[in-house]
Write a protein that binds this ligand. Structure first.
Ligand SMILES: [Fe+2]
Length: 217
């Protein structure tokens, strides 16, 4: 089964950008999470409800421009995901983490999971997302069998959902030619800090990894 690590609960909110647009969205998102039990302990039904209510507010945030500072829109050669992919933490609290994922042209993420509900929205450029489903029951250490369940072209303003147990495993490729593609991730867990999983379907293997962030531990 996927591994997770228990992290010390965060005592206070951590802000990495100073943006009225983002802070307004965070206030709304925290109210929605509290009112829908959309934390990591919620049922699938409750987490779905959280995403249903949250999505229009996230769509409105994506329509606004110039709230993401340039420093958070850069690739990172030291990336924990490889391919020069920048993963920049914007905001973090116990129940909500928001980061930007900056994928250079033609770079692709490993096939990975997130182990949490999430909304991913395109802020700049285009991406191709391949979604996988796990076929085995996870009982055999190091073994995982995947099948592709969807291939999606995503453009600026589009939003897709992450919702375990299905709909949580994917890889993402930037399909822009010159500039990186940038997606904003709104997650119910501290995705960059936890141990989660990478998959290799040809070898039918699964491996735990920690992506980290480009600007925070
Ligand atoms: Fe992802």
């Amino acid at each position: 089964m996927p591994h997770t690590t228990a992290l010390e609960p965060l005592e206070t909110d951590q802000w990495f950008v100073d943006s009225p647009e983002l802070s307004e969205f965070v206030t709304t998102a925290k109210e929605i999470i509290a009112s829908t039990s959309g934390d990591s302990y919620g049922t699938l039904h409750e987490r779905t409800e959280t995403l249903n209510i949250l999505e229009p507010y996230f769509a409105a945030l994506l329509q606004k421009r110039d709230w993401l500072p340039e420093d958070f829109a850069q690739p990172n050669p030291e990336s924990g995901l490889g391919g020069g992919i920048g993963q920049w933490l914007l905001y973090r609290s116990q129940e909500l983490t928001i980061f930007s994922l900056v994928i250079p042209p033609n770079s692709i993420t490993p096939i990975h999971d997130h182990l949490s509900w999430g909304l991913v929205g395109l802020y700049q450029g285009k991406q191709e997302e391949t979604v996988y489903r796990r076929l085995d029951n996870g009982e055999l250490e190091g073994f995982a069998q995947l099948e592709i369940v969807g291939l999606y072209q995503v453009k600026r303003g589009d939003i897709y959902r992450l919702l375990p147990p299905d709909g949580d495993i994917h890889s993402v490729k930037a399909t822009t030619v010159f500039a990186p593609s940038i997606s904003i991730h709104v997650m119910g867990n501290d995705t960059g800090s936890i141990l989660r999983n990478q998959y290799n379907p040809e070898q039918q293997s699964i491996q735990s990894f920690r992506s980290g962030y480009s600007n925070a531990r």
